[in-house]
Design a protein. Structure first.
Ligand SMILES: NC(=O)c1ccc[n+]([C@@H]2O[C@H](COP(=O)([O-])OP(=O)(O)OC[C@H]3O[C@@H](n4cnc5c(N)ncnc54)[C@H](O)[C@@H]3O)[C@@H](O)[C@H]2O)c1
Length: 471
């Protein structure tokens, strides 16, 4: 089934009152999603001169130009980020176009914050507080009607909303309300560890899957296919770590040729990475994630409070992905308080997924350090955990990039592992076979500037790998 999720494959339109920050947020969102950016006011000024001058000839004329420019921007085929002027949504025609051509996020702002930002800036509709405030109250219901989602004025919030991701403390308890029961019914699947912890979304019958990676088997998928009693309009909700969301997402992708699903990740790995982006799958005896499908969750509900019961070892796995995301974004996510850290990492992944939902190119950057990690995991006979292997893989990727490794050392304390060097090299080269004979890596030109598909000399890769192995 093809279901539209957020702004995937369509324009992301930002609406809201003047002073909400639509232009600066829109520009940043466009940069992070590698989409073209159109600011309607800037476009009008470039073509027709200053807005103050245009208003001198009457607001109606300005609104006609605004409608024309909006229609043109929203008619473009390439998904872009479009910031609309505060009054653009008053046009019925523009609202109709937004409905069919875009995913629309209302960037909300407090009246007084907006006033303090725009007063004295020669804006024709911000001359005195009284009329500014009246205008604000007239427009709020229109934004509400036009928007598919609402975000506070931050880039991270907008990016999360653009991929239907909700982040907030206490959301776990409200999942049943957030996920309106579809006509075809709803099924809830949880990691059995969550049942033991009494961490189960209320309101419906529950299917259990084994805790951790052992859930990602054909046998578990088959049992779920047999147990589900939902129709094609139904919905499956998956609560657990990446193992649970991977297998349940895959079951949702295939059951009745695809039903909608909602991810409720409860591990740090799940909240910053695995629950986001629609890569679903199960393992085969010959390797991990060998069977799967792209199937974006209709919604991702992330409650950092659900991490309270997470053992330290599991939290460490997630921190490796946090550091990876921070290096890719060029932002020290690892220094942020937990909720912000989770939101920022989720937003960064959302941006990458929005730029390349089916991994034809740029989404590959998320593999930073992972080629080495997979080789180390295989060479250790899977005794080293994925997160610990990623920490080492990041060290290797940074060294090959000529970048300092201190952040990884300080935050993740990677320890060289005991493994057979030849076995590790053979495993890494097996990866290379899959990518057409060359070892292709993700490296960093600088923090925040990843490059993918780099082919360093084999000897350098081998040396970087060897350095990760003790003895
Ligand atoms: N689809 C993707 O894009 C993607 C990305 C990264 C990783 N993954 C996959 O995710 C899996 C790893 O995910 P993970 O690290 O979340 O592991 P996991 O799902 O195996 O969970 C790890 C452990 O934590 C327990 N747990 C879960 N929530 C808990 C909670 N709130 N409190 C206490 N314990 C809890 C689980 O029972 C399990 O024992 C791998 O299979 C990997 O391939 C997928």
């Amino acid at each position: 089934v093809v279901r539209q999720v957020g702004a995937v494959g369509r324009h992301l339109a930002l609406v809201g009152f003047m002073g909400a920050g639509k232009t600066s947020i829109g520009r940043e969102v466009a940069r992070l999603t590698e989409r073209p950016f159109v600011d309607l006011d800037e476009e009008i000024v470039a073509r027709h001169g200053s807005i103050t001058d245009l208003f001198r000839h009457g607001e109606a004329g300005f609104r006609r130009l605004e409608e024309e420019v909006a229609a043109e921007a929203l008619a473009a085929d390439e998904p872009s980020v479009v910031s609309l002027g505060g009054g653009a949504v008053m046009s019925k025609a523009t609202r109709a176009q937004l409905r069919t051509r875009a995913f629309t996020v209302w960037v909300s702002v407090d009246l007084d914050v907006a006033w303090n930002r725009v007063r004295g800036k020669d804006r024709p509709l911000a001359r005195d507080y009284e009329s500014f405030s009246r205008l604000f109250h007239t427009r709020v219901p229109v934004y509400l009607e036009a928007a598919d989602a609402v975000a506070s004025g931050s880039t991270d919030h907008v990016l999360c909303e653009a991929l239907a991701i909700k982040v907030g403390r206490g959301l776990f308890g409200e999942v049943a309300d957030l996920v309106v029961a579809a006509d075809g019914g709803r099924a809830v699947v949880v990691d059995e560890r969550l049942v033991e912890l009494a961490l189960v979304p209320s309101g419906c019958g529950v299917h259990r899957v084994p805790s951790g990676e052992t859930a990602k088997t054909v046998a578990v998928a088959e049992r779920l296919w047999q147990e589900l009693r939902i129709g094609r309009d139904g919905l499956v909700l998956a609560a657990g770590g990446g193992s649970t969301t991977d297998v349940v997402g895959f079951v949702a992708a295939t059951y009745l040729r695809g039903v909608a699903w909602v991810a409720v990740p409860t591990t740090l790995v799940g909240q910053v990475d695995a629950g986001i982006g629609g890569k679903t799958g199960i393992d085969l005896p010959t390797g991990k994630n060998l069977v799967g499908a792209f199937h974006l969750p209709a919604k991702v509900v992330i409650d950092p409070d659900a991490l309270a019961t997470l053992p330290d070892r599991e939290r460490r796995q997630g921190m490796s992905e946090v550091v990876k995301a921070g290096l890719l974004a060029g932002r020290p996510y690892w220094d942020l308080p937990e909720e912000e850290m989770v939101r920022s990492c989720a937003a960064f992944k959302a941006a990458v997924v929005l730029s390349d939902p089916y991994e034809h190119g740029r989404r590959a950057i998320l593999n930073l350090g992972h080629t080495f990690a997979h080789a180390l995991e295989a060479a250790s006979g899977y005794t080293v955990t994925h997160g610990d292997a990623v920490a080492l893989g990041l060290v290797a990727a940074l060294r090959l990039s000529g970048q300092p490794t201190d952040v990884v050392e300080e935050v993740l304390h990677p320890r060289r592992i005991r493994a057979d060097r030849e076995r590790a090299w053979a495993a890494l080269k097996r990866d290379k076979k899959a990518t057409g004979g060359q070892i292709r890596l993700v490296l960093l030109r600088a923090p925040g500037e990843p490059v993918y598909g780099v082919e360093p000399p084999e000897a350098d890769v081998r040396a970087a790998l060897d350095e990760l192995i003790a003895g």
